[in-house]
Write a protein that binds this ligand. Structure first.
Ligand code: NDP
Length: 340
């Protein structure tokens, strides 16, 4: 059973050498004798997610527990149930949820950790993104936290990533004017040509983010879907319209900093009567099943475009994870451990 373990807690940018591939024992095929309420899964697809960076430190900076040094990394994944002593799961079921970065995992509290996959006919890897956590994040964040209205002007940062590409498309479905920012010209092209954004720009090529936004939003921004924080947030604040809303989904530019970047333009929150609301997707999982049906229908009807960046093999998981922080990924970063 090969695993990726955390070698040490991380300061600053994570490196591949902060993690290590180890092989222990043989592949298990049964849950341990006499242990009730657990499932043994074979991990198929692992999800690389920015929040995992917080768990690589032990400074209490994350809303979930730190990883344990010497133990496998844990995170979202898509798995096949191999054996079960829990009445809600049976061998052969496909599930998604919290699992280990290893070939096989024993899941102790499966009804809390796992969702049974109701559309196994769709590409299973989509349950690491569009049909799972990232997709639901985009949906809840946009439709509930942003409270958008038809025709509003929407800005999305990290727009070509797992969450951003979907936020942009949900906003277009509502008849909004949508602009995205991303970190390369190829990603910008993807935003315009594949995901249907009205406008897009490469934030790394813009000397003045305030002016870059003013050019695309001469009348200001109604809704900002915040994925990056830092200088971008500061520039956005200068361009919000009165009564604008900001869904604070993430601030990836801050996750590797010892001291967060200062934000200077907070007074505009008062002047423009803004509502800025943070949210964590897992607080909303009670509504996930509804979303799963909606998203599955979009996929079946070809109503949504979706790009994944697929790394082959558990051994490539550390590089895939740290690639999120340099923008190496194009679309949702997935790691294939096994295909069946
Ligand atoms: P992505 O697929 O978007 O990957 C991360 C991307 O962030 C990179 O590809 C890169 O794109 C961009 N990025 C990295 N470093 C920086 C930087 N310093 N400044 C600006 N952009 C940067 O990840 P996700 O879609 O999974 O996550 C997007 C955001 O949503 C993150 O902030 C994440 O923490 C948050 N999130 C929050 C959840 C919640 O429950 N609140 C749930 C899921 C995600 P580029 O090339 O464009 O720079």
């Amino acid at each position: 059973n090969k695993k990726i373990v955390l070698k040490n807690y991380v300061k600053g940018f994570p490196k591949e050498s902060d993690m290590e591939l180890v092989a222990t024992g043989t592949a298990p095929s049964k849950v341990p004798e006499g242990v009730a309420g657990v499932v043994l899964v074979k991990n198929l697809y692992l999800s690389c997610d920015p929040y995992m960076r917080g768990r690589m430190s032990n400074n209490g900076g994350s809303y979930v527990d730190s990883f344990v040094v010497g133990e496998p990394i844990t995170g979202y994944g898509v798995c096949k149930v191999v054996d079960s002593s829990h009445p809600g799961f049976k061998a052969g079921d496909f599930v998604w949820g919290m699992t280990g970065w290893e070939e096989y995992s024993l899941i102790k509290d499966p009804s809390k950790a796992l969702f049974t996959i109701r559309h196994p006919d769709l590409p299973l890897s989509y349950y690491t993104g569009l049909l799972g956590m990232a997709g639901f994040t985009a949906y809840v964040g946009f439709h509930e936290i942003c409270a958008p209205k038809e025709g509003e002007r929407v800005f999305v940062s990290a727009a070509s990533g797992a969450v951003g590409q979907l936020v942009g498309q949900f906003a277009k479905q509502m008849g909004c004017y949508v602009v995205g920012s991303a970190g390369s010209d190829d990603k910008v092209r993807l935003l315009r040509e594949k995901f249907g954004f009205d406008e897009a720009f490469n934030y790394k090529e813009e000397k003045d983010l305030d002016q870059a936004l003013k050019r695309r939003f001469p009348d200001g921004i109604d809704v900002y879907f915040e994925n990056v924080g830092g200088a971008m947030l500061d520039a956005v604040l200068l361009n919000m319209r009165v009564g604008g809303r900001v869904a604070a989904c993430g601030m990836i530019s801050q996750y590797n900093l010892d001291r967060p970047d200062p934000v200077h333009n907070l007074v505009t929150i008062v002047m423009k009567r803004l509502r800025i609301q943070g949210f964590i997707v897992s607080d909303h999982y009670g509504k996930y099943r509804e979303y799963e049906e909606t998203a599955a229908r979009y996929v079946k009807e070809g109503k949504i475009a979706y790009v994944e960046d697929v790394a082959e093999g558990l051994e490539n998981a550390p590089a895939a994870l740290i690639g999120l922080f340099s923008g190496r990924n194009v679309g949702k970063q997935v790691v294939v451990v096994a295909r069946e």
